[in-house]
Write a new protein. Structure first.
Length: 155
């Protein structure tokens, strides 16, 4: 895995603050498990409210944590004042999402000034075993934070 040097020495704090503001991740019950330059882990405990008709974690929840892991991995390499948005992703759901909790690991494959290509793997963990359930490839675009954007801090 390539090693990356962050452009923002305070990248981890910026990512943790941003994640704390993500209402979708809060609604799902996801948490930021690890932040490294070019790599972010998001953990999600199983919850019945997030299942589909067969009792597996819904593909939308799997996709959400994979997408956010990719986005934050890309953000970890951006200079201060820049943000990222998803512009494209493809996800392969390779096994049923059955487990006690789920971990999405997003990694930067190729950083860029404007576009960053990332990948994510999502694993289901149950009884000490880990099963790959999804893989994502995503492209993130760097944008400037609007000057008039109000960012509310969550308690």
């Amino acid at each position: 895995m390539p090693s990356f040097e962050p452009r923002d020495p305070d990248f981890e704090t910026r990512i943790r603050d941003s994640f704390a503001q993500q209402q979708m991740m809060h609604t799902l019950g996801a948490r930021l498990a690890a932040v490294r330059p070019g790599e972010v882990e998001i953990a999600l405990p199983f919850h019945n409210a997030l299942t589909q008709q067969h009792g597996y974690l819904h593909a939308a929840a799997v996709t959400a944590i994979a997408d956010s892991a990719c986005g934050y991995a890309a953000l970890s390499l951006m200079e201060p004042g820049r943000e990222v948005l998803s512009v494209e992703f493809k996800i392969n759901l390779v096994a049923p999402a059955k487990g006690e909790h789920f971990v999405a690991v997003g990694r930067v494959l190729r950083p860029g000034r404007t576009l960053t290509v990332c990948t994510a793997e999502v694993h289901a963990e149950q009884d000490g075993a880990s099963t790959l359930i999804a893989v994502m490839q995503a492209t993130m675009i760097a944008v400037s934070r609007p000057k008039n954007q109000i960012v509310e801090k969550r308690a």
